[in-house]
Ligand binder design. Structure first.
Ligand SMILES: *Cc1c(COP(=O)(O)O)cnc(C)c1O
Length: 411
């Protein structure tokens, strides 16, 4: 086989379809987020980042950086092993205790990333529970889908955020059979939020375990910032909460929280936990400080919601088609792969504003969008600059705006 030709052909197809991924080559500047530097053709250009998942800017928080510096100087660079063979550092233990208490669970377990946490935990539970059937929301993240697939367990997909459909599908199976219901709280592309209580009602009536991915909610919702289940007082309804340390927490890593026995089971049987080097101590130390900050202070969360509301309101004023939703994610719908890429490119090249285009397969074809994530560190002036630039780009590409709204806004 001509391997090079194969790779080249497949890449050419991606390019033709306008969904070849081009990375913005950035240099983040601690203390200046959301401002960064972009490297292009040997030049360095200033850029304002509008699509980071470092939702609150904790990736540059002075306390987090200080904790990391201290741990780095005390413990060195890497963990030095897998958790089982010399790689369990004091900071891992402290962080797992902190995460368990954050989610009001008996125990927590760290993984290399949120992706690995989902893949490994779902893969392990679904393959080890005898005859397990997995019920998975149709919009679940790739990491959950792949973990479930890897388990080879029987699987049912239920309609997005639809407890009635879940109930119907659960009824097809023997009540005695082990079941696992997996869903997310905040869906990261549409910004909608699951009816957690109703999903738990039908899952638990059928004797299923409940598994919630709070990746886009930890740090952002609830009185202690532990997520939507925290906000809604539902943590006791969930058997497993999964999340990341890579988004609002500002570092890298993933985890699950649950009962002592369940977590010990995953710790003992999950290949993706056992056979890999643990996170560097400095990462765990930074995450520990970040989680403690998030737990103790609502001011960043409050400012985050205010700036999000402002961006949504200003976009509505000028007739830009933002998908309505209750979360911090602002999906600006382009609904065309090529123009979505072009809009992003013009914002970047002509205005120094960075919003990555989101195309198939991350979202269905025809639902291409610019996914904007305002942070508490974006200023009112940043918002104004963004709106003015988007309007120019939008009109330049002849994308539809609600003119009624814009004429109101301009008078
Ligand atoms: C990003 C993401 C993950 C993976 O988390 P990482 O820590 O980035 O690996 C899992 N679930 C959802 C819903 C995500 O968006």
């Amino acid at each position: 086989m001509d391997y090079e030709a194969f790779f080249g052909d497949r890449l050419a197809t991606l390019k033709e379809e306008g969904r070849y991924r081009v990375f913005a080559h950035l240099e983040r500047r601690a203390g200046h987020f959301p401002q960064a530097v972009r490297h292009v053709d040997g030049k360095q250009l200033p850029v304002t980042v509008w699509c980071s998942n470092d939702y609150l800017g904790l990736g540059q928080h002075p306390n987090v950086l200080q904790a990391m510096h201290e741990a780095l100087d005390r413990c060195g660079a890497g963990a030095g092993g897998t958790r089982n063979i010399s790689g369990t550092n004091h900071y891992h233990v402290l962080l797992e205790q902190e995460l368990a208490s954050w989610h009001q669970k008996e125990a927590a377990l760290l993984f290399t990333s949120g992706y690995v946490a989902n893949w490994t935990t779902l893969g392990t539970l679904a393959s080890q529970l005898p005859g397990c059937v997995v019920f998975s929301d149709e919009k679940n993240h790739a990491s959950m889908i792949e973990g479930i697939r890897h388990s080879r367990a029987e699987k049912r997909i239920f309609r997005h955020n639809d407890p009635k459909d879940l109930e119907r599908q659960l009824a097809d199976f023997d009540p005695a059979r082990p079941k696992l219901v997996a869903f997310e709280s905040v869906y990261s592309m549409d910004g909608d939020i699951a009816p957690i209580a109703e999903l738990c009602d039908v899952a638990q009536a059928a004797g299923a375990l409940t598994y919630l991915d709070e990746v886009h909610a930890v740090g952002l919702y609830g009185p202690s910032g532990a997520g939507v289940a925290d906000r809604d007082g539902l943590l006791n309804r969930l058997d497993i909460v999964q999340a990341t340390l890579g988004k609002a927490v500002g570092l890298i890593g993933g985890y699950i929280a649950g009962s002592a026995k369940l977590v010990d089971f995953v710790r003992s049987f999950a290949s993706g936990f056992i056979f890999t080097t643990s996170l560097p101590p400095a990462i765990a130390a930074g995450a520990l400080t970040s989680v403690r900050l998030l737990k103790s202070d609502n001011s960043l969360r409050d400012r985050h919601q205010l700036i999000v509301a402002k961006v949504k309101a200003r976009m509505a004023d000028v007739g830009l088609p933002v998908l309505p939703g209750p979360s911090h994610i602002v999906p600006l719908m382009v609904r065309d792969a090529e123009r979505c890429r072009a809009a992003s490119e013009r914002l970047l090249n002509d205005f120094g504003l960075y919003v990555q285009p989101i195309n198939y397969p991350t979202v269905p074809r025809g639902e291409e969008r610019l996914r904007i994530t305002p942070s508490p560190l974006h200023t009112g002036a940043d918002v104004q600059t963004l709106i003015d630039a988007v309007v120019q780009v939008w009109d330049g590409l002849e994308l539809p705006r609600d003119r009624r709204a814009s004429s109101v806004a301009s008078t």
